[in-house]
Design a protein around this ligand. Structure first.
Ligand SMILES: *Cc1c(COP(=O)(O)O)cnc(C)c1O
Length: 324
């Protein structure tokens, strides 16, 4: 068995991120709700992709890459954070984005430009088409002497997922210092890598703690997440055994991926007005609203001390209004 610290990693974020109890929300709901502030990880507007990129870009640097390709929707947080991290490492960043969602020059598209990324919008709804185009462009660049790496949507590879296994180790230490026993971890699931890493990390560093992913898209995450977690475990030669009640997916996609749901707006406002924390309507707003609805339904039982992993996403607030 290897330690995560043995793997190549490039420092991009400012870690550890804050971990603390949401005092007013916990009081209102009669439950101890803790938050892991990965929206405050020190790159751009923060977000979960930075922990993945610390591993993914370390591998790219080891391979001698000087150009990074990735993809996502027009308002992709992952694409924007890849642009920010590539800039920091002096790498060229090319974003092939789906012309889907808000495509005007707002929100993350503005930030992509500020970070100096080259953005191309593609008229397709298939990532396979996009990866084919990426490789075509990359091969042409390599003929000119560049070396390219290709990061899939969301950075959700086994290697990327390890960022969130490492995050569990980080907040397990913070929880110990605060004298809390964590009962349950909740986070948004968009491409699966974050939840996979949380599941693997919980098994290793917080055995017995359940991970619930709140799906904000319609992919078959019940299969995707454990498979990615198992592959990630393989990279470290860790055992990976499913146990009863270790993991569950709950859908809170509402009207569709990246379509804000009016029912989430009161929850987004509640966290802002009681705790001074911003959620976005695409990922964290849906995840937080989904968690609070589960809480109301008694889903968490006697598990004390929920941890909500804040995965970032604030850029979307500058691209779309909150519906009512
Ligand atoms: C990408 C993203 C997620 C989802 O993480 P995955 O690893 O893709 O499942 C959650 N929140 C925000 C803000 C994101 O940008």
């Amino acid at each position: 068995m290897k330690n995560i610290q043995e793997l190549p990693r490039v420092q991009l974020g400012v870690f550890p991120t804050p971990f603390y109890r949401l005092e007013r929300i916990s009081e209102t709901y009669g439950k101890n709700i803790w938050i892991k502030r990965d929206d405050m990880c020190g790159v751009a507007l923060g977000g979960n992709k930075v922990r993945k990129l610390e591993f993914l870009l370390a591998e790219a640097l080891e391979q001698g890459c000087d150009t990074v390709f990735t993809t996502g929707g027009a308002q992709s947080n992952h694409a924007m954070l890849t642009a920010a991290c590539a800039a920091r490492l002096g790498m060229r960043c090319i974003l092939l984005l789906k012309r889907r969602g808000v495509t005007d020059h707002r929100g993350n598209l503005v930030l992509d430009d500020i970070f100096g990324a080259e953005v191309r919008m593609l008229d397709t709804d298939s990532y396979d088409d996009i990866y084919a185009e990426m490789h075509r462009m990359g091969e042409a660049l390599e003929r000119d002497g560049r070396k390219c790496c290709y990061i899939p949507v969301g950075g959700s590879t086994a290697l990327g997922s390890l960022g969130y296994a490492a995050a569990v180790r980080e907040f397990a230490v913070q929880a110990l210092a605060a004298g809390v026993r964590i009962g349950h971890i909740v986070s948004a699931t968009g491409s699966g890598g974050t939840t996979a890493g949380l599941l693997l990390g919980a098994k290793r560093f917080l055995p017995g703690v359940k991970v619930t992913g709140i799906a904000v898209d319609t992919d078959p995450f019940d299969e995707i997440v454990p498979r990615l977690a198992e592959e990630a475990a393989g990279l470290l030669e860790w055992p990976f055994r499913r146990e009863k009640n270790d993991f569950e997916m709950v859908s809170h996609v509402g009207p569709g991926y990246a379509v804000p749901n009016p029912e989430d707006t009161p929850y987004i406002e509640e966290l802002a007005r009681r705790e001074g924390i911003l959620l976005d309507p695409v990922y964290t707003g849906k995840a937080f609203a989904g968690m609070m609805e589960l809480l109301r339904q008694g889903y968490f039982g006697d598990d004390d001390n929920l941890v909500f992993v804040h995965t970032g996403g604030a850029g979307a607030l500058f691209a779309m209004d909150l519906p009512r």
